[in-house]
Design a protein around this ligand. Structure first.
Ligand code: URA
Ligand code: CA
Length: 414
């Protein structure tokens, strides 16, 4: 399409786009007046050449304007959080119920799996019957009732992100500072919270490979927030190995449940406590150490666990998973040497699990919620020959054998 090419060329030649031009292309794409193929040159240009801060703000607001903006005035203390994405990054399922149990209201708009990272909505759907698409009024009522609600982008809330996100996922246009910043901030601004806590991940299991680009991404999102009158803070999180042990929608949900049951003090636990503490301290205006005490207590006394149960049943989900035991894995991958774990190819592990049918690529793809991998070792762990490294949950032994060969290339033992 000629007008799209024209905008793409302007971006390439560093000619600043007008607000109207950005709003028009985003609206037309969202309204299906521009096809995926015709829209791609614009996305590619943003991916390759970036945007100025003002252009990025207009892109974000153009995405917000394709849907409704939530008015949360009647709720007090509303905070939102979002991770830029990683492997086994299941903090939302832990942080939202913790905050909700402490009367820090959260209405969280989450996405599906993107690239090699899992999506919160896919994880939630492993509670059978859980509805992630809710009418806005219902979501607000749930926050009033329970203090928390997690739902997905929809025709109502940032529909542009829903479409662009899916197209980026199909076209390999995911790891881009302006595209990630606008995707996340459009959801956060449409979501209506005044305080936004961003969890910016970097390392070989994240979209940002190093600390410097993570800080840049954090600053860009903060700037968008500032233009939109939101209080935004970002917390950096290193990810050179999966955050938790489990990877795959249902496995990750089970791990989140075990953290809320107080059974795990893993890095997933620690990261979740840190994020929840920031959310609670900002919403209540209390010091970090007091917020941290409250957060830990909500896990100890099971109030966060009970809150998650409440949230799940209010959104139509079955509670069976709360008491489910792990099945026998399809295959156990054992160490072939003695040594110390030196590192992981974290992104590749995420990709392997995504390729097991746990991430939607085409709209009509069906997610396999049960498939995935449990990693049993962390960096610096000592392993002996025949110690288990990974549990594989696969459709069948053929898939498991192929996953095993791939996984063995993703762990370095010396
Ligand atoms: N999470 C999002 O919601 N969008 C991105 O682009 C990346 C992570
Ligand atoms: Ca995500």
């Amino acid at each position: 399409m000629e007008s799209v090419e024209r905008l793409a060329n302007k971006i390439k030649n560093k000619v600043v786009l007008a607000k109207e031009e950005i709003y028009e292309i985003i609206k037309n794409y969202t309204d299906n007046l521009i096809s995926d193929d015709d829209f791609l040159p614009f996305l590619r240009a943003v991916y390759k050449y970036g945007l100025t801060d003002k252009e990025l703000f207009y892109l974000t607001m153009a995405m917000v304007e394709t849907g409704k903006k939530l008015d949360l005035k009647e709720l007090k203390n509303v905070v939102d959080k979002h991770s830029t994405g990683g492997v086994s990054d299941t903090t939302t399922l832990i942080v939202v119920p913790i905050c909700a149990s402490l009367k820090t209201n959260m209405l969280k708009l989450s996405g599906r799996g993107l690239g090699f990272t899992g999506g919160t909505c896919d994880k939630l759907e492993s509670f059978k019957g859980y509805k992630t698409e809710l009418p806005i009024n219902e979501a607000i009522n749930l926050v009033k009732q329970n203090g928390g609600c997690i739902l997905t982008t929809s025709k109502e809330l940032s529909p542009a992100d829903k479409k662009i996100y899916a197209l980026r996922n199909k076209s390999g246009l995911v790891d881009s500072i302006p595209l990630i910043a606008s995707s996340i901030m459009s959801k956060k601004i449409a979501g209506g919270a005044n305080i936004i806590v961003l969890d910016v991940k970097y390392g070989n299991g994240a979209f940002m490979k190093d600390k410097k680009s993570a800080i840049l991404l954090g600053k860009k999102m903060k700037k968008i927030g500032k233009y939109a009158n939101k209080k935004v803070i970002f917390v950096l999180g290193k990810m050179n190995q999966p955050l938790g042990y489990n990877i795959g929608p249902k496995l990750e949900t089970m791990e989140a449940i075990s953290v809320l049951k107080g059974e795990s003090k893993s890095s997933l636990y620690k990261e979740s406590v840190k994020l929840a503490t920031h959310c609670v301290r900002l919403s209540k205006h209390i010091p970090y150490f007091i917020a941290k005490y409250l957060v830990k207590k909500s896990i100890k006394n099971k109030s966060a666990l009970n809150k998650l149960k409440k949230m799940v049943s209010c959104q139509g989900g079955s509670l069976d998973l709360f008491d489910e035991k792990y099945k026998k894995p399809t295959l156990i991958v054992k160490s072939q040497t003695n040594g110390v774990v030196k590192g992981f190819n974290t992104k590749e592990i995420g990709e392997i699990v995504a390729n097991m049918g746990t991430v939607k690529i085409e709209n009509d793809d069906v997610i396999n919620y049960e498939n995935g991998v449990i990693t049993l070792q962390k960096i610096n762990d000592k392993v002996k020959i025949n110690d288990p490294l990974f549990y594989i949950y696969a459709n069948d032994m053929n898939m498991a054998e192929s996953v095993k060969m791939q996984l063995l290339k993703c762990i370095e033992i010396k």
